[in-house]
Design a protein around this ligand. Structure first.
Ligand code: RUG
Length: 832
């Protein structure tokens, strides 16, 4: 190699301050095309990202090559959402060059914070499910597991939330507007994805009945790859996202007819497939485009997986030993029928063999029991869009129902529950049932959720396949959610117990004994205070509100949903406001109630609750009679970046869903890891958090899942009676009803009051109110004793080792995927 290129090559991989600085200057000029004097902050962000990317590429190729040479079994994580957030700090931190980069920028007169803040937040997900996928990518790479993420490269991520007069207003989120320096476009990695058309039957070469899908419309899926940097920078995995492209033959047909506009329209329509992320979380709205998105990315991913497999193999017998495919929720469940189609129609396998391979390859994660979130697509629509798949689904169903135990027992009710087709009303394909049947393992995401799966939605499947359901309690990556988001606390922790916790969070248990160390407690408080100052400044910038650093930062950040019960929190806020006004001479512990979270644009009730919180904030924050002892803020546009600022500063973590309704939660884990004390119901992973931190270090309240179930089964309860018997609740509701917070529109909150009374209070807000207030009071009392509070906070942080996504991913790897770490060989030469 020419010496000049060789030295540049070395430079590209060097991690010292001088090389970084030289790379920045070179990239700024030759790639971003700017002069240092004219460069904007965004230019510098692109420059730094490109220089960092350079330092990743060789190792990325080494990793990929090692997987290839070892013919390692890979795991493919198929997810409609990856909520990755910003990548610059993540990459620098995982590569271990954060300080070097800061110094290099410093020498150029630039601030690292400004550069970091210029990166858009990649919001390719709605909430917990998408963020879990992103944490799993980090954990797989950090542990050297051959893991690939597959999803959609949405041009528009989750909408940007703004408030207009306290109402949520959605704006498009254009994260790609100025380009994305992390991704590599792969115009050569293109797969056709078919829609519509019809199925033709014919006889194959041995005279067997066979099928082909004809007269379909085609769209191309084009790959974009993003390197996923594991901790330590040894393993760099790949996130492959698909973008829709119109096929050129499709266009030319129209051009020949002279129908130029029609051709362009068709192109736009095909490319709409990857245009926008559906903004619904835990509820489905059943739109055709959504179904097409699901098939689009699943089909492209499966074609890509088979192509990779066929580089090493000539028969499919070994596919389950070389590929594990994890379905993140039912969104990619059509993949079961698609793999059957590819194996049978394209590769000539017999049904039984194809089915055996499919089941052994797929596994499915369920994330919700809410009936409205369990995808069920109209048979007529599936038939029209994917005619061959509908046939395959019918056949899977027929074979299964014929052999099922329920059939043997003549139990028709059970048979109809097991069917892939819901025959009630307009017939629908139950994607959960398809995913269950086509997988060798099915998991829930917390112990409670998994038990409820067995008892409720999948009870009949569980009876049929008692070994299939398994639990994999969710986890979070300690790299992003402690090391990066909370440098103050993570430096303190490392100074006492070393850095081992970063890649082995179990080690954080060593902090438990420090809970009794008065000096450590003081330092722990100092770190929290620093984070609270940072959040207070953010609150002031975002809302104009000044909050007291010494107040309790009581945080509820998550998607806005009735089952998550932000309403319960705001009712307590109003009750507390009244108490403070009634008792002005009491020395109150100041409280700042902090809310953040988006509502699905069509979810009117959720949007009304946001407006209520903002209306309550307006009154409370400007009432001199509470002497600033109570503040309420609703931070707009909650996303990963905002979470990284809010979570480290929290004193209280609100995890107050109606028991039995939150599958797991992961915000609960992030907040506890950062030393917040949980006020929560026995729901989702809260149950396991209590086990880990101990019942004395968490404020549990409310009905249990079993009690909720019994209450509902016995015809519900009478919320009016509950309200009448609780003066604080009655007064809060009366104020809302009479327009105390909405003088401009006294009836604004009628729908909320109606839901809580005549509507039967489905989410049991009134039923849990009294006990919730008790838990809140207990927390406020404890906060007065700052030593005791800090002791419990430290125990919370120290007890969260088990909630690392490294542990979760390891359980999947050993118990579901049978995938093992591969150590990449770095020969220092790279791969050009
Ligand atoms: O609501 C659940 C959370 O409880 C859970 O922690 C998260 C990750 O497992 O998934 C959330 N979820 C469920 N997001 N979408 C759904 C339904 O499609």
């Amino acid at each position: 190699m020419d010496a000049r290129y060789k030295s540049r090559d070395i430079e590209r991989r060097s991690l010292d301050v001088d090389s970084l600085k030289r790379s920045f200057l070179e990239w700024l000029v030759y790639s971003v095309g700017k002069d240092a004097r004219a460069a904007t902050r965004r230019d510098w962000f692109h420059t730094v990202a490109l220089a960092v990317r350079d330092r990743v590429v060789d190792r990325w190729m080494d990793t990929t090559r090692s997987y290839y040479h070892e013919d390692a079994k890979r795991v493919y994580y198929l997810s409609l959402e990856f909520l990755i957030g910003r990548l610059l700090t993540n990459s620098l931190s995982n590569l271990g060059i954060m300080d070097e980069c800061r110094q290099a920028l410093d020498r150029l007169g630039l601030s690292m914070d400004d550069v970091v803040d210029s990166e858009p937040d990649a919001a390719l997900g709605n909430g917990g499910l998408g963020r879990l996928a992103a944490c799993f990518l980090d954990s797989m790479a950090s542990q050297g597991l051959p893991g690939y993420g597959y999803g959609i490269r949405y041009e528009f991520g989750l909408f940007e939330q703004r408030f207009e007069n306290g109402w949520q207003v959605e704006h498009p989120e254009q994260w790609l507007q100025f380009g994305n320096p992390w991704e590599f476009a792969r115009p050569e990695v293109l797969y056709p994805v078919q829609f519509y058309g019809r199925v033709e039957e014919f006889r194959d070469s041995v005279g067997e009945r066979a099928y082909r899908w004809v007269d379909s419309e085609r769209v191309l899926a084009m790959a974009y790859d993003t390197p996923v940097v594991g901790y330590g920078g040894d393993t760099i995995n790949t996130l492959r996202l698909w973008s829709a492209r119109a096929t050129s033959d499709f266009n030319f047909g129209h051009f020949n007819e002279g129908a130029y506009m029609k051709a362009v329209e068709q192109k736009i329509l095909s490319e709409n497939l990857s245009r926008v992320l559906y903004p619904n979380d835990a509820t489905e709205i059943g739109k055709e485009l959504r179904f097409k998105q699901e098939y689009f990315f699943t089909s492209a991913s499966l074609q890509d997986i088979l192509r990779r497999y066929l580089q090493h193999h000539t028969s499919f017998d070994n596919l389950p030993n070389k590929a594990a495919i994890q379905l993140n929720d039912t969104h990619p469940a059509i993949g079961i029928a698609e793999l059957m189609r590819l194996l049978i129609d394209q590769h000539g396998l017999r049904w039984e063999k194809a089915w055996e391979i499919t089941q052994a390859t797929f596994a499915y994660t369920n994330h919700t029991l809410l009936p409205e979130a369990l995808e069920a697509w109209p048979v007529r629509m599936v038939e029209r869009i994917l005619p061959r798949h509908m046939q395959i689904i019918y056949e899977i169903n027929a074979k299964f129902l014929t052999r099922s135990k329920a059939k043997a027992a003549g139990d028709n009710a059970r048979l109809s529950h097991l069917s892939l087709i819901d025959e009630r009303g307009d017939r629908r394909v139950r994607m959960g049932n398809l995913a269950f049947l086509g997988s060798h393992k099915v998991n829930g995401v917390s112990a409670l959720h998994t038990e409820l799966m067995k008892e409720t939605v999948f009870a009949d499947f569980h009876a049929e396949f008692p070994d299939r359901i398994t639990n994999k309690t969710n986890g979070i990556t300690p790299r992003r959610w402690l090391k990066q988001a909370n440098p103050a606390l993570s430096e303190l922790i490392s100074s006492r117990i070393g850095e081992g916790w970063i890649s082995d969070l179990g080690q954080i248990a060593a902090l438990k004994e420090k809970a009794d160390d008065v000096v450590f407690r003081e330092e722990f408080r100092r770190a929290k205070r620093k984070n609270k100052k940072r959040l207070a400044a953010y609150i002031a910038r975002q809302t104009g509100e000044e909050v007291q650093i010494d107040s309790i930062f009581d945080v509820q950040v998550k998607r806005m949903h009735e089952y998550k019960r932000q309403l319960l929190n705001v009712l307590h806020t109003v009750a507390l406001y009244n108490e403070m006004r009634d008792n002005p001479t009491v020395s109150w512990v100041p409280v700042t109630k902090i809310f953040a979270g988006k509502a699905a644009p069509s979810y009117h009730m959720a949007k009304l609750i946001i407006k209520l919180i903002n209306d309550v904030a307006k009154v409370v924050n400007h009432d001199p009679s509470v002497h600033d002892n109570l503040k309420v803020v609703y931070l707009p546009n909650y996303n990963v970046t905002a979470a990284e600022i809010i979570i480290p500063a929290a004193d209280i973590s609100e995890q107050i869903s109606t028991a039995g309704m939150e599958a797991s939660g992961t915000g609960n884990m992030k907040l506890a890891l950062n030393g917040a004390l949980t006020i929560g119901t026995l729901d989702g992973a809260n149950v396991e958090i209590r086990e880990q931190v101990g019942a004395d270090n968490i404020f549990i309240f409310g009905l249990t899942a079993e009690e909720v179930n019994d209450l509902r089964a016995n015809g519900g309860f009478n919320p009016r009676e509950v309200i009448a018997s609780n003066p604080a609740l009655k007064r809060a509701l009366d104020m809302i009803a009479t327009g105390a917070f909405s003088p401009d529109d006294r009836n604004r909150y009628q729908p909320i009051l109606q839901a809580l009374t005549d509507g039967g209070d489905h989410f049991l807000v009134t039923a849990d109110f009294a006990d919730y207030c008790r838990a809140q009071d207990a927390a406020m009392q404890l906060y007065r004793d700052s030593e005791e509070w800090t002791r419990k906070a430290i125990i919370n942080t120290a007890s969260m080792g088990w909630f690392s996504s490294d542990r979760t991913v390891n359980e999947y790897a050993t118990e579901i995927w049978d995938v093992h770490p591969v150590k990449p060989t770095h020969d220092g030469e790279g791969f050009r």
